[in-house]
Design a protein around this ligand. Structure first.
Ligand SMILES: C[S@@+](CC[C@H](N)C(=O)[O-])C[C@H]1O[C@@H](n2cnc3c(N)ncnc32)[C@H](O)[C@@H]1O
Length: 205
């Protein structure tokens, strides 16, 4: 599938109707999501024929993109049942088979060589300090091949050091720096959109 086609399909997905501030529910837009999964597939061969887990899947964008690019099996995990309902509808609309698990990431029981690749846009940790690191720690335990994740650029050194030293990653590489538009979902945002510099990472567990 061509990149533009993928981006177009992701642009039609339903997104959070009532985003929950405490869970940092803002979607990965179709431009970034399509490029993230396309790069994972075309530059690293980490998607097609692989078992992919979408951590904090929200409305399912990254998992759906992985399925569309030929993942053998996709599982989406989120703590919020309402998001999982939307994600399930999105998967049905595009006729892709995804399994969903309702769980807090820190309690996830998936282990071993079952999952090849984890893709995620975790909470940045602005509402619950350390939630970004909880996601990364679990992703590196679960994935056997690669972890793709978005983190604020301001946390770059901390992410790298912690992944390599404390979470046992073999490598931690920033693939590119992006501008991430967090829509004005929350009353405390004064501007229409909050523009955040974000790194796209690839970790090898
Ligand atoms: C920034 S949103 C990303 C949503 C989606 N992955 C996307 O890319 O559009 C973060 C997601 O993580 C979920 N989340 C937050 N804390 C969580 C936790 N402890 N366990 C599982 N999911 C969580 C939220 O419900 C939300 O769907």
């Amino acid at each position: 599938m061509k990149l533009k086609h993928l981006e177009g399909l992701l642009g039609d997905l339903q997104q959070f109707s009532n985003p929950k501030v405490e869970l940092e529910q803002y979607p990965t837009g179709p431009h970034i999501a399509s490029r993230m999964i396309y790069t994972a597939e075309n530059s690293f061969d980490d998607i097609s024929g692989k078992v992919v887990a979408d951590f904090g899947c929200g409305c399912g964008t990254l998992g759906v993109a992985s399925s569309l690019l030929g993942a053998e099996h996709v599982v989406g995990i989120d703590i919020d049942p309402q998001s999982l309902e939307i994600a399930s509808q999105n998967a049905e609309d595009l006729e892709v088979g995804i399994n969903f698990i309702w769980s807090d990431i820190k309690n996830l029981k998936l282990r071993g060589p079952l999952v090849d690749t984890v893709v995620m846009n975790p909470p940045f940790g602005t509402r619950k300090k350390g939630s970004d690191m909880e996601f990364l720690c679990m992703a590196l335990k679960v994935a056997s091949r690669a972890v793709y994740s978005l983190h604020k650029t301001t946390t770059r050194e901390h992410i790298k050091r912690t992944a390599l030293r404390d979470y046992g990653a073999k490598s931690a590489e920033v693939l590119c720096e992006l501008r991430f538009d967090v829509p004005q979902l929350y009353k405390f945002h004064k501007k229409k959109e909050v523009d955040v510099a974000v790194d796209l990472w690839r970790f090898v567990p």
